[in-house]
Design a protein around this ligand. Structure first.
Ligand SMILES: Cc1ncc(COP(=O)(O)O)c(C=O)c1O
Length: 487
């Protein structure tokens, strides 16, 4: 059949003018490097003006806009209004700072546009290599399996899924949840909220997540844990998994992981550790003892976009039992059969170990960053972050205008500004307002934790750009703003 010339097209999305595209790419690199190099000169955060909010209400573009103009729009409406987590004085929630090398790796990964769900190509070897390094960092056996995922929420989901499927005692993938077989999961009341989402997603229901009380250091109460498991068994429940915290989100507390491993072994339960950021103290000289017992976990969730300073998104799960991991997720329809030769070959397809079939090349930024900086430097930086927080605490400790509101085993400090004569309720409001002011004035971004009803200013230092002097500035600013608001 002959197609008339006037309707035969071979359109493409590649640029018409490669030289112009190349020049624009160079411009982007220059602008981004300038931006990162001069972060300190900018506020930590700024409010978006109304015209910026309005700008994002436009209809779907119908016609092309020149690349340079699109980039100009990005520079005008997006780039000036970040969350602020690259800034040296950002310590909110547990966010990472990223690195220039990580950003460049993202560009390379996006250019290759590899799909790491499976197939016979180097990107999968890169992920295997990164996972082998992770096992080495965490002292897991080399025959363990693993998977890189978007972050710790997903990493915990992978671990809990393997736990549920392995410990259900029947073929849950085929049968689904049995109404008369109530499986229960145990964690401290300080466990991250993703764990509740995960048990809900797994069909267990949030009631099945038993939140065990903690001691004054926010570590799980072992006796209460044991008593809850025993009572549940007697009541006909099926306890399947204990989740240990290696660094809780509020205060950085570590559960006694060895004791949890002992209980899990005795009770024939799965032992999963949420080590989103805290697991990384395993690579420090002076704080690695906190992770003792973590290497006994059946599965471990970790994040590299938090305390390994890599660009979002990258977390992962290591599973000690490779077959259990594989059996929880593998599904190979004919159109995904793994070949013996050629592009489809390869005995390890990552899509057999998680939910995603198509997967990006997130391993590249980890591989390039680890090679570039070396694990020892990461260990030093993580330790530096902890010691910077100790410095902050030393500034607060003897100052009558501050209360320290929680123990700080690692990189998180919780405290509040106090004034005589104010009730706890008034202090809660005052400290909330201090945080708003710090944010809005662009001075610093701490977040908050509510600890035994006390609203606390919370600094989580996963920032490789922070210097000790940044904490001098924070303390000074809190005192000034606090006095101003009280006055
Ligand atoms: C202890 C802990 N677990 C899980 C998560 C969830 O991680 P992500 O945000 O990467 O999904 C966080 C996030 O801060 C965390 O601190």
């Amino acid at each position: 059949m002959t197609i008339p010339d006037d309707i035969r097209t071979d359109e493409t999305l590649d640029p018409n003018d490669w030289d112009a595209m190349r020049a624009l790419g160079h411009q982007m690199i220059d602008d981004m490097m300038d931006y990162v190099q001069t972060l300190r000169d900018r506020p930590t955060w700024q409010e978006m003006p109304q015209h910026v909010r309005d700008y994002f209400k436009q209809p779907l573009p119908q016609e092309p806009q020149a690349e340079a103009d699109v980039y100009q729009d990005f520079m005008e409406y997006v780039m000036p209004y970040p969350l602020g987590n690259l800034h040296p004085r950002f310590w909110g929630w547990v966010l990472g700072t990223g690195t220039p090398m990580g950003a460049l790796a993202e560009f390379l990964a996006a250019t290759m546009n590899s799909n790491t769900g499976g197939g016979n190509h180097a990107a999968n070897l890169v992920e295997e290599q990164v996972l082998d390094w992770v096992k080495e960092m965490y002292h897991f056996p080399p025959e363990s399996s693993g998977l890189l995922v978007s972050g710790a929420s997903m990493a915990n989901l992978v671990g809990l899924t393997v736990a549920r499927n392995t410990l259900a005692g029947y073929d849950i993938r085929t049968e689904g949840i049995r109404a008369n077989h109530r499986m229960t999961v145990y964690a401290s009341s300080e466990v991250h909220s993703c764990m509740q989402k995960n048990v809900e997603l797994l069909g267990l229901g949030s009631d099945s997540l038993r939140l065990v009380p903690t001691n004054a250091a926010y570590e799980i109460d072992l006796e209460a844990l044991q008593a809850t498991i025993t009572a549940d068994r007697e009541a006909g429940f099926h306890p399947i998994c204990i989740v240990g915290n290696a660094g809780t989100v509020n205060t950085g507390a570590f559960d006694d992981l060895n004791a949890l491993a002992d209980i899990a072994t005795r009770e024939k339960m799965w032992f999963h550790v949420d080590g989103a950021f805290g697991s990384l103290v395993a690579i420090t000289e002076d704080y690695r003892h906190l992770t003792n017992g973590m290497d006994r976990a059946d599965s471990l969730a970790f994040d590299f976009h938090k305390w390994m300073y890599m660009p979002f998104e990258i977390g992962g799960t290591i599973v000690r039992h490779k077959d259990a991991h594989y059996n929880a997720f593998t599904l190979t329809p004919t159109y995904l059969t793994h070949g013996n030769r050629g592009t489809a070959a390869g005995d390890r397809w990552f899509s057999d170990y998680g939910v995603q079939l198509s997967r990006g090349f997130r391993a590249l930024k980890a591989w390039m960053s680890l090679k570039n900086h070396g694990i020892q430097k990461y260990g030093r930086l993580i330790q530096q972050n902890i010691e910077q927080v100790h410095y902050l605490l030393s500034l607060l400790e003897n100052d009558p205008e501050f209360d320290i509101t929680a123990p700080s085993p690692i990189n998180i400090a919780c405290f509040r500004f106090v004034k005589d004569g104010l009730t706890d309720e008034q202090l809660n409001d005052l400290n909330r307002d201090i945080i708003y002011e710090l944010h809005e004035r662009g001075i610093a971004v701490p977040s908050y934790a509510i600890l035994n009803g006390i609203y606390s200013i919370r600094v989580a230092n996963t920032n490789h750009r922070t210097r000790h002097e940044d904490f001098d500035m924070l303390v000074q600013a809190v005192k000034e703003i606090g006095s101003e608001l009280v006055g």
